[in-house]
Design a protein around this ligand. Sequence first.
Ligand code: GLA
Length: 418
Amino acid sequence: MSLESMAGHSAEFFAKCFGREPKWMVAAPGRVNLIGEHTDYNEGFVLPMAIERYMFVAADRNANRHATLHSVTTGETAKFNLRPRVEQGEPAWSNYVRGVVAGFQRRGERVNGFDAVIDSTLPYGGGLASSAALEVAIATLLETVSGHALDPVEKALLCQRAEHEFAGVPCGIMDQFTSTLAKQDHALLLDCRTRSATSVPMSDPAITVLVINTHIRHKLADGEYAKRRSECETAARVLKCRSLRDATIPVLNGARKQLDPVVFRRARHVISENERTVKAAQAIEAGRWELMGQLMYASHDSLREDYQVSCRELDTIVEIAKRIPVKEGMIGCRMTGAGFGGCAVCLVKTDALRHITHKIDDAYEEALGETLEMFSSRPAGGARVLSWAPGSPKSARTGKTSSRQGRGAGGEIRHVEG
Ligand code: GLA
């Protein structure tokens, strides 16, 4: 579904829930990470890109001190007090919103009552950073409502803090950064220590990014994520460095006897992944796709063996991809995101896309008896406000629209840089 028709769908929903048209419409993208996994919280490098799958927020002010949110995905409504201050609460997804509102309040911003509909084309919990996209969408909305734009890095950090404090996930900065700062037709090489981003052009029409969703969600993921993070901190302490960003493989090998074998492997993944990520950005820039593919496969092996965050479904996809040679159009494939399920990302030659998706689908069904969801995406731009021009009075009154193609509740969408 296009950005316009999706926004129209959200507006329609808003009209149904609240009996009027939304005043604001915001879209924030999810992301896929091409390489650089579990490196962000080690002050290392990541190479994500935003995808053409979005979190939409349609909103308007209300006359009270509450935020009322309706999620189209879960069908739930959350209502919470904005004053004296926002607290954690139910349903769980509302904490991403609550945390961002609290971040604005901490900055001394007065957040007035608002009604919002939250809608998404991102698979919920699919490892494509839907929670970060929700945080960034809400932050973009609050910037618009208050008329104060935040510095983009501060905005990403505010959203990350919301996730730490309100959702209890000690995530790194990659997801919120990407949803905020992504540039169309570019991947972002992020240096998570200096928080600086270098855009890496990814506009070669001969290459397509293919995302494959396993639909597997591991309940233990959050606990395992925090465990990995603390294992990395232990390794850095033993190696006497500020973070694993500063360590090298020879230094790590030299300290092998002082390290618990599991901690050693975690560190080996992070150190080698940082090296691969910097090389990958150079490979993309030079159009050295075969090298990029090799780096992706090596990243997956390291995540499976040393970091132990893959799963049978992801490994099956990568094994199938490995059997398709570059000359048949498969460049490389790996798991993407935190792991334990979620998605794999492939780089594919565009003219072989159909052939490859069929091949993966058939082989996966044969191996595991399940089907996969696959979609391709160009690198998308970061979060933005869509200007919302109210349309015909009839549709505004009834909340009905004749079409979902680029129209919603009679309004027209234009893109405005956010
Ligand atoms: C999740 C986190 C990110 C990052 C990845 C793993 O998506 O939110 O900060 O750590 O996992 O690379």
